[in-house]
Write a protein that binds this ligand. Structure first.
Ligand code: F0G
Length: 482
């Protein structure tokens, strides 16, 4: 794809689509935002969306759909068993991933649950580049544990290495030798590594990882939820792939994996999920869980409308102009924040822009959840809802101690094709203001801490009156502005 150059020489992310359906937004005044945040227990998951101006919580299930996707939903074949819609989806997956079998599931974590039920035994170890919250929770609930083998650059927020989601092959070899292949049910590779800033791995690294695992008879599982971003980065950053089509890169990646699973809330711009494989024994081992937990084999808990939209969305993912929109907007946002001195993860990855809360709020104690405090402050400052991706998102150890996350990030997701550049610049402006006033922001304490996935429903309170001080400063600097 040729780049569109500006006469001014400026580099801006230019949309290759136009907006045809819109949703009205609401920006409550700063005092109301402070109240809404308090009512939500300082947890952005517990805010009501009507109190949110820019919802940057996640890219999950909230990407804009294309006209073709919406149109396809009208011709869905509604039936419990044998729906034509299902066979269209199955055929598209088989075509794009080059796999023989497909199992539908209602979303990504359902795949993770079935994967763990099928393969993980107590004492097993699952090596991976980096964990995702739900993937780890399902492995540990069955008595397994995870080992994160991402390269050291992956945990350095400002290393300019282009593939910070790569597996460290030396660590993987050492892990297999130490644990023993018989205790490793699979190696999990997460495309567009979510919790470390949406960082990709290279095709070269994936191929070498798969070779190493397969030499020891260990299965390779690809979490393809963020595949579209990873495809874009392989295409634009990996010299050996620059002349390959997105379709060819997809096939080459999938050829390394024994099982590919995904959340279609991200991949395919719809809602749903599924697993693809070519080995009949693997398929048979997982198949029975689908009618037990999800639904009949030809819908797996999904609505037929979503399956139609997913089929079209997966095909559209093969179009470089479609998958470049997310990463280009994220890069733009990251660069604008950097201009204002705000520490962000670089190079910009996929999914969203990731602010380094550990550095932004270096005066806040690690056990007072700097990223959660920053998420709360960013909402108060601008009605922008982000997501904590740090210590609060970790699980406590069985003995109750709290591990400090290797990265303490505030994720500002950019759901694909949803926000405009002026909205992004508004968010940047408010975060820039907050950075100037960062010393006003303090930490948070739990008042209610759930045992499982505590970040979803946990409630916290500010330590001291920093939120009142922040609102006062906002009024001083912004007058009667919303
Ligand atoms: N794998 C990855 C890499 C993910 O990012 C997610 C979800 C899942 C699996 C689980 O998929 O939500 O459909 O059950 N990530 C969302 C997020 C929740 O906000 O990052 P799911």
């Amino acid at each position: 794809m040729g780049d569109i150059k500006m006469f001014s020489g400026e580099k801006i992310p230019l949309e290759m689509h136009k907006v045809r359906v819109v949703q009205k937004l609401n920006l409550p005044p700063v005092e109301a935002r402070q109240q809404a945040m308090a009512a939500a227990g300082n947890n952005t998951f517990l805010l009501h969306n009507e109190d949110v101006f820019l919802d940057m919580l996640t890219d999950s299930g909230v990407n804009a759909m294309s006209d073709q996707q919406v149109a396809s939903m009208m011709v869905a074949d509604d039936s419990y068993a044998g729906s034509a819609t299902y066979y269209r989806l199955e055929a598209k997956i088989q075509e794009l991933f080059d796999t023989k079998y497909f199992l539908p599931a209602h979303q990504g974590r359902a795949c993770e649950s079935i994967l763990a039920e099928s393969f993980v035994k107590p004492g097993d170890v699952v090596p991976m580049n980096f964990h995702f919250t739900t993937s780890k929770a399902h492995i540990t609930r069955l008595g397994g544990s995870v080992e994160e083998l991402v390269i050291d650059e992956g945990l350095n927020p400002t290393s300019n290495f282009p593939f910070k989601g790569n597996i460290d092959l030396i660590k993987l070899r050492e892990c297999i030798a130490r644990v023993g292949a018989e205790h490793i049910p699979f190696v999990r590779l997460e495309a567009g590594t979510n919790l470390i800033g949406g960082q990709p791995f290279s095709l070269e690294n994936m191929t070498a990882t798969a070779k190493l695992a397969h030499e020891s008879g260990i299965r390779v599982v690809l979490d393809a939820s963020l595949l579209q971003d990873n495809l874009y980065f392989i295409k634009t950053r990996e010299a050996a792939c620059k002349d390959m089509s997105i379709r060819a890169i997809t096939k080459a990646m999938c050829a390394n994996a024994d099982i590919i699973y995904f959340s279609a809330r991200k991949l395919g711009f719809a809602r749903g999920g599924g697993m693809a494989m070519s080995d009949k024994a693997i398929y048979e081992r997982m198949k029975d869980f689908i009618p037990l937990f999800e639904g009949f084999l030809t819908y797996g808990g999904m609505s037929v409308r979503e399956m139609e939209a997913m089929t079209v969305g997966l095909e559209e993912t093969m179009d470089e102009t479609v998958i470049s929109q997310g990463p280009q907007f994220i890069e733009f946002m990251a660069n604008e924040l950097l201009k204002r001195g705000v520490p962000v993860v670089t190079p910009a990855g996929g999914l969203g822009c990731h602010v380094n809360a550990r550095e932004f709020l270096s005066h806040v104690d690690a056990h007072a959840y700097p990223a959660a405090a920053l998420a709360s402050a960013v909402y108060i400052a601008g009605g922008v809802r982000g997501m904590e991706r740090g210590t609060l998102s970790e699980q406590r150890e069985p003995d109750g101690t709290e591990p400090i996350a290797s990265m303490e990030l505030l994720r500002l997701a950019l759901p694909r094709r949803v926000f405009t550049m002026s909205q992004v610049l508004y968010a940047v402006d408010r975060i820039g203001w907050l950075y100037e006033n960062r010393k006003l922001v303090g930490g948070l304490n739990f008042v209610e801490e759930p045992k499982t996935l505590r970040f979803f429903f946990g409630r916290l309170e500010p330590i001291g009156d920093w939120q009142e001080q922040l609102v006062k400063k906002f009024r001083k600097d912004f007058g009667d502005s919303l």
